[in-house]
Design a protein around this ligand. Structure first.
Ligand code: FES
Length: 129
């Protein structure tokens, strides 16, 4: 069921904004007048994608930089940095430990994200969510 979510001017071109309908979080993205809607939480480790960046319909997660296609929800890249945690033991210093944890995150499976149909009519954006 399409729901009226925003005016076309509420999300600036190149921008993203998070919304929630009945507890379901999603992001509205404005790609130069083309609007896309997709789940707010990253398919890797749930970071809020609206805090990442949008380059057209390519969305980059703020946490480990997985990129998603906002038109299909497909994950286009793995988390960074790619690393094999078994190549060496965990470092002992706090800085190195943080780096090690970050690298460990690269091994968490990344799932595609859900996308939702969008309609723009009369200056309003509706999302089928
Ligand atoms: S949480 Fe999004 S890439 Fe890791």
């Amino acid at each position: 069921m399409f729901r009226d979510i925003a005016g076309v001017d509420d999300v600036l071109p190149g921008g993203m904004k998070a919304y929630a309908v009945e507890g379901r979080e999603f992001v509205l993205c404005n790609d130069e007048g083309r609007f896309y809607a997709f789940q707010r939480r990253c398919g890797h480790m749930n970071a809020p994608l609206d805090m990442g960046t949008a380059n057209g319909f390519i969305i980059t997660c703020p946490l480990h930089s997985v990129q998603f296609d906002a038109t299909t929800g497909k994950a286009l890249s793995p988390p960074v940095p790619p690393y094999s945690m078994w190549e060496e033991p965990p470092p002992s210093t706090p800085d190195n430990f943080s780096r090690w944890i970050s690298q460990l995150m690269a091994h968490v499976k990344t799932c595609d994200i859900e996308t939702y149909p969008v309609k723009v009519e009369g200056g309003r954006v509706s999302v089928d969510i």
